[in-house]
Design a protein around this ligand. Structure first.
Ligand SMILES: Nc1ncnc2c1ncn2[C@@H]1O[C@H](COP(=O)(O)OP(=O)(O)OP(=O)(O)O)[C@@H](O)[C@H]1O
Ligand SMILES: [Mg+2]
Length: 448
């Protein structure tokens, strides 16, 4: 889907009026008054063509414009230039290197329309070729074409060439675990194991022997020798998920392992060398956890050598629609009731408007539910559970609207956290007791 939106970077505000006649060609010009504003627009929307207007003083800000033009976004760039600027040889070289074409001011609407049309054609051809590749989700098999995701993939390229520790941040449900798997699969350790430890899910009393293993008779109930997860990760990758939940005493032990590269099983006297790469993930802000004394700073520095942040779904612009459509096709083929053939325009609009607190996991859940439940030929916002706000504005009382919002939020967060009440309460900034009270009041089922 190529939007016919054309970005116009025009710091002096010279051109918008001159571009007016071109609006008839169903081109929508989106103005940006600074390079920063243009960069911001590129992060959230798709432009296949962008115009940059240069006044007579071309030297100023060229470096910033060059980094914008040569950035990851796959737009075609056209320069609109005050003729006297072309007297500078450096400027002419810059234009030749960075732009697909240029026009001199004042604008000749007919000629510019042809150039823009040509560039849109080229951009759509390129996009078609890219989406037609057998691995349309790219090398890492992670869906996403938005600039923020392209940036993540570029960083992952660097991370897979190294063996240093990686810390993956990002909100719940954004795909941190998916990223960890992809790094393992594409790194030199792909032939070794990937051992996943969910630091929040193992009871504090068991975590020591889970991580380090134990010898036979190390403690009551230790009837056999057990190899711990760290030892099991030898030759491969140890993925420490929800590292922020690791108890403080285990943080000390983990730091020692990372420094000394040896472990000893519980009840053992000798040390065993271990060779693993550590990848840790967290949805909390570890910096803040360090400041609050909940996370050791020395361990944080050890883990945060290479850091990646998986963007929230709401920051991925058109990716939301691309992901939704591809998930719809997958689920409809497997679990569809034969009713729904696609997503309606209203549904797509609702997806773009929604805030996605549960990110990709929430999107998967909503699409899955819609595929099963929809009675319509095209999925509606209601099938996706996304028509609450609109209804509340016209018919609901304030109390109903508040309850409905709270129910939606709680259900989404609980689902995203696998119905873990303590974790959800922490994220929402309320006590467990309060959350349980709300769950009861709102009649939320905690089924799995
Ligand atoms: N770009 C994507 N394309 C398709 N599926 C995705 C994408 N990103 C994530 N997913 C899917 O979304 C779900 C959530 O991803 P994942 O478990 O990796 O998130 P997470 O960040 O680890 O979440 P949490 O913080 O809750 O542990 C998974 O089913 C995953 O396969
Ligand atoms: Mg996870």
């Amino acid at each position: 889907m190529i939007a016919r939106e054309v970005l116009v970077l025009d710091t002096a505000g010279l051109s918008l009026e001159q571009l007016q006649p071109l609006s008839r060609e169903s081109l929508n010009f989106v103005p940006a008054r600074s390079v920063e504003e243009a960069a911001r627009l590129f992060r959230s929307r798709h432009f296949s063509v962008a115009l940059v207007v240069f006044d007579g003083e071309p030297e100023s800000g060229l470096r910033a414009i060059e980094s914008l033009v040569s950035g990851p976004a796959s737009a075609e760039w056209i320069a609109l230039i005050e003729p006297r600027a072309l007297q500078s040889r450096d400027f002419r070289t810059f234009i030749l290197r960075a732009f697909a074409d240029y026009h001199t001011l004042p604008i000749d609407p007919q000629r510019l329309a042809v150039t823009i049309g040509h560039c849109i054609g080229k951009a759509s051809l390129r996009q078609e070729l890219e989406s037609g590749k057998p691995e349309s989700t790219g090398k890492f098999h992670i869906g996403g074409r938005s600039p923020v995701m392209q940036l993540l993939f570029q960083k992952m390229e660097k991370v897979i060439g190294s063996d240093a520790p990686v810390l993956i941040g990002g909100e719940t449900g954004t795909g941190k675990e998916l990223v960890a798997h992809a790094i393992h699969q594409h790194s030199a350790r792909a032939g070794g194991p990937l051992v996943v430890v969910n630091c929040g899910a193992i009871p504090a009393t068991l975590i020591q022997s889970e991580l380090f293993g134990h010898e036979k008779s190390a403690f009551t109930g230790a009837t056999q020798r057990k190899i711990g997860r760290i030892e099991a990760a030898s030759g491969g990758v140890l993925f420490l998920d929800e590292i922020g939940d690791l108890p403080l005493d285990m943080q000390v032990s983990l730091l020692r392992v990372l420094q000394e590269r040896t472990i000893s099983r519980v009840g053992a006297t000798q040390c065993i060398p271990v060779d693993f790469r550590v990848i840790a993930a967290t949805h909390i802000d570890l910096n803040e956890a360090v400041a609050q004394g909940r996370f050791r700073e020395d361990l944080y520095f050890r883990l945060n050598v290479l850091s990646l942040t998986v963007p929230a779904l709401r920051e991925r612009g058109d990716d939301i629609v691309l992901l939704a459509e591809s998930l719809f096709t997958q689920f409809a083929a497997r679990h569809g009731n034969g009713n729904a053939r696609g997503l309606s325009r209203d549904a797509l609009d609702a997806l773009m408007r929604h805030d996605w607190p549960g990110n990709v996991r929430e999107l998967i859940n909503r699409i899955q539910r819609a595929v099963v439940m929809s009675e319509n030929r095209l999925v509606s916002p209601a099938d996706l559970g996304l028509d609450v706000a609109r209804r509340s504005i016209t018919t609901l009382t304030l109390d109903d609207a508040r309850n409905s919002f709270e129910r939606d939020l709680l259900e989404t967060r609980l689902r995203a956290n696998g119905n873990k009440v303590s974790q959800t309460a922490r994220q929402l900034g309320v006590s467990r007791v309060t959350l349980y009270r709300m769950i009861n009041k709102l009649n939320i089922a905690l089924d799995h």
